[in-house]
Design a protein around this ligand. Sequence first.
Ligand code: ZN
Ligand code: ZN
Length: 353
Amino acid sequence: MLSDPTIDLCRRYTGETWAGAKERLSQLPPGSPLIPAAQGDQAFLEAQLLRALLEHPTTYTTRPLRIMRVIPYENRPVIRFAADADPDGLADLIAWGLFSTGGKDDLRGIRGLRIQDAGHGRIDVGLLESDARIRLEGIPEVAWRNAEARRRQAELQSGGAVPFQHRGPTPGEHAFVMEHGWFEDAWREASGLGSALLRRLLIFRSGADWLDMAGFTKHVNTYGFRLTFAESHWTDHDTLIGYLLHPVCGIALKEDMRSCACAFGERSCRVWFDGPDRAAGRLDVQFLSAQGGCEIAEYNQALTYGGSPSEEISRVTGCPPGAAVVCIPGCHGRHGKVGFLRRMGEGRCKEGA
Ligand SMILES: [Zn+2]
Ligand SMILES: [Zn+2]
């Protein structure tokens, strides 16, 4: 029997709606984990998606990696991108972040990723020569069409192929495997952890009050999250670790090192984990704090510029959207985040023209 606290607990990890979570959980076979694990190619595709998202800069949004919800069906899970994600930024992510960029030495994107089907506000993507599928929601048609058009334009100049709906491997994808096939073997080994993290991504939001989350990957097998907090909203690392390792919805990670000065009243730390049961794959979580009031105000402006919901901006920064940046004494005075975002946006307009 499903209890309300069970549904609530699960939703903290997945961001599902109450009704959606209740429906999904009620259909699970008895004894199944609340967040089922993916296997084989399916896990590989999900881990590759996480890797691609961590590597593409998606900072200055209140949603972790722009994602607002993950519906963790065992097969063909659904990832919903936030409606506040700006469509241009989303097109950029799709064009250069998700699909392979086609060079023999180019690690970006997911080799063999193809659009299988598209519907209202969604695309279904899969991997060549496999049954692995993911439904990506919250993607307006204009966003993926623009992404495809940008790639077509770029490939016209370089003579490559656009992977989106290409049959079979593109020449670039083929060349990559010949040159760097071992990367894919290593990615595949660490894919159980990557998929498990993607399926629980929203715990990084509901379990910690960060201002900003940046992603990265390292050494082929490490998934990294760098969380920046306003002083007033510092989340103790043990709180988040508790959620990550939770016996019902968490992952049986093994903490292997902690370097932090929290006990001395300082605010920065870093915790590494190994995957469960010595499975390959590592998780690296970093906690930083923003330096002063003006830095927080700057994040506030960047989040406002990026279109995050006002109530979330107020919650994480402690002030309403569009706060003025008034420098604290001794500040370096270089606050260029919004300017940077604006230049990126203008660059995209030029590229699209
Ligand atoms: Zn610490
Ligand atoms: Zn300042």
